[in-house]
Design a protein around this ligand. Structure first.
Ligand code: TXA
Ligand code: MG
Length: 314
């Protein structure tokens, strides 16, 4: 679509938001900030725009996309909501939770977006800039993370441009993403069970509490392909649970382990989540041939951090 043209970098003001909405309305691709990571947005009902996302990301076409909405009504027009889905939406939306629900018959969504599945992944983002874009457009947006497939997710406009410059029309610069890790994905099944498809800022314990039962064990392990073993790759070998760097290593620290980049010197897990991808980008761009990462506790959002680190190291 944009071919070899340079990608526009737009400020997240009224003018930038209006420009982005105009590009999107014409099937263009734009990277937009959300509270989790930057998303590569395109109209969810456009087959052409959906195909462009896969092309720009170099993404395998079996991997479905998350659809973002501004209002609950837009979500209910796309998926079948039961009481559990409404309860979770009331509790966690807008916010970093994606619900996988049965696709409504005749829903206005391109088959490329759902990858032909009978379900759809939906999320109502909390970021004010993304919400303004969605409201201005008045239509749902498909948006995977704004990076080349398999690479580290972007939490700044610079991270987006590092892999997508010239491949997308524009990036809307909204500064750093507050949560820094992709949304939690929960699938609600018609038989009344639910599954955690991806760890994220909303924890499994928080979901179990609202749903009143623990997650069922996953049977289809590749259903959320963001969950493929190798993902979030910084492009060099990664060693986990390191308490010090050996020669040739860029150390990512946490707590008492001070690194070349430190996730959180005070041992704060929310801060560590927000900084994880920035540190992985910095480590990937550094001269060191290898990366080492300090141990991070598995509590709360630590489970999502360790999930991403294991995949970065795979
Ligand atoms: O925080 C986020 O969720 C970010 C921001 C931009 O909103 N988006 C994001 O999208 O992480 P992406 O495309 O990188 O990850 C989407 C994940 C993939 O693992 C995909 O397989 C899964 O959602 N997914 C999408 N539709 C699904 C479905 N119907 N069933 C199961 N998994 C699905
Ligand atoms: Mg991704």
């Amino acid at each position: 679509m944009t071919g070899k043209n340079a990608t526009e970098r737009l400020s997240a003001d009224a003018q930038g938001i209006a420009r982005v909405a105009a590009i999107l309305a014409q099937d263009g691709l734009v990277a937009v900030p959300t509270e989790t990571v930057y998303g590569l947005a395109a109209l969810a009902d456009s087959a052409e725009a959906g195909a462009e996302i896969y092309r720009a990301k170099g993404r395998p076409d079996f991997n479905p996309l998350i659809v973002h909405v501004a209002e609950l009504e837009q979500a209910e027009a796309l998926a079948q909501f039961d009481d559990r889905a409404r309860k979770l939406a009331v509790h966690f939306w807008p916010g970093p939770l994606t619900l996988v629900l049965p696709l409504r018959q005749g829903a206005a969504v391109a088959p490329a977006v759902t990858a032909g599945l009978p379900t759809i992944a939906l999320r109502m983002p909390a970021h004010p800039v993304m919400r303004s874009v969605l409201r201005e457009l008045g239509k749902p947006l498909a948006a995977p993370s704004a990076n080349r497939s398999g690479a580290v997710s972007p939490t700044t406009a610079d991270h987006v441009l590092a892999t997508l410059d010239g491949r997308i029309a524009a990036v809307l610069d909204g500064g750093e993403c507050a949560a820094g890790l992709e949304s939690t994905i929960a699938a609600l099944r018609p038989d009344g069970s639910w599954q955690l498809l991806r760890h994220g800022p909303v924890t499994e314990a928080q979901l179990s509490e609202i749903l009143g039962e623990p997650a069922a064990v996953k049977t289809q392990s590749v259903e959320a392909p963001g969950q493929l073993a190798q993902h979030y790759s910084p492009g060099k070998p990664v060693r986990l649970d390191a308490v010090a760097a050996v020669e040739g290593e860029f150390l990512i620290g946490f707590g008492e382990v001070a690194g070349h980049c430190t996730l959180s010197a005070s041992g704060d897990l929310a801060e560590a989540a927000a900084r994880l991808y920035a540190c992985l980008h910095e480590a990937g761009a550094s001269r060191a041939p290898r990366i080492a990462v300090a141990p991070v506790p598995d509590d709360g959002i630590g489970a999502a951090i360790n999930d991403r680190l294991r995949r970065a190291a795979a």
